[in-house]
Design a protein around this ligand. Structure first.
Ligand code: URA
Length: 190
């Protein structure tokens, strides 16, 4: 636990990139620190910046509703965070230089969490965590295993709000995530 406290302290004081100048809050992450599954977005938006918590806007509400359908909640059994911990101005995509400066905090979080399943929310996280040329429309829901950790990506909740016709694909991906969890770590559902 002291490792978490020390990591969060360093992250909250971070000045490694220019996003530090415009943030209200660093958005470190939320959820149980023994979660078997982690969801990773790209970076905080306005609501997240104001509250200091990931995915608390309309997209986050949709995500929580969808995940509750497969028995997951951030209070009980998943951890959620972002590639960059500070809001990019005007909600633009985080720059590669900003991602490079920040992603070390995510690696440290993953080292402490040791999840079995990592779910990227959208293209930006998938390009960083799965492969640089990741194509979300083609490859969402596919699984990649690395050192016993299973990675996949689903559409970003903001994309589902913009285009609800993507929802059936996402529900299929969520069923696949539930099946993977049941196979790998049934204690999530016990
Ligand atoms: N979008 C993200 O990628 N992350 C958040 O925390 C909120 C919106």
């Amino acid at each position: 636990m002291s490792d978490w406290i020390e990591l969060e302290r360093r992250c909250l004081a971070c000045q490694k990139c220019a996003l530090a100048d415009t943030r209200t809050n660093v958005v470190f992450g939320k959820g149980p620190r023994d979660a078997r599954i982690v969801f990773i977005g790209e970076g905080p938006g306005e609501n997240e910046d104001l509250r200091g918590e990931p995915f608390v806007g309309r997209g986050g509400q949709l995500l929580d509703e969808m995940l509750s359908l497969i028995g997951l909640s951030r209070e009980k059994n998943f951890y959620i965070t972002n590639i960059v911990k500070c809001r990019p101005p005007q909600n633009r995509d985080p720059l590669n230089t900003e991602q490079d400066a920040c992603v070390g905090y995510l690696w440290e979080q993953l080292e402490l969490l040791r999840p079995r399943v990592v779910v990227c929310l959208g293209r930006i996280a998938a390009m960083r965590l799965i492969k640089p040329d990741y194509r979300i429309t083609k490859e969402h829901g596919q699984w990649v295993e690395r050192d016993g950790v299973f990675y996949t990506a689903i559409y970003h909740p903001a994309a589902l709000l913009r285009d609800p016709s993507k929802k059936p694909d996402t529900f299929a991906d969520l069923r696949s995530i539930r099946a993977k969890l049941r196979a790998l770590c049934p204690e999530v559902y016990s």
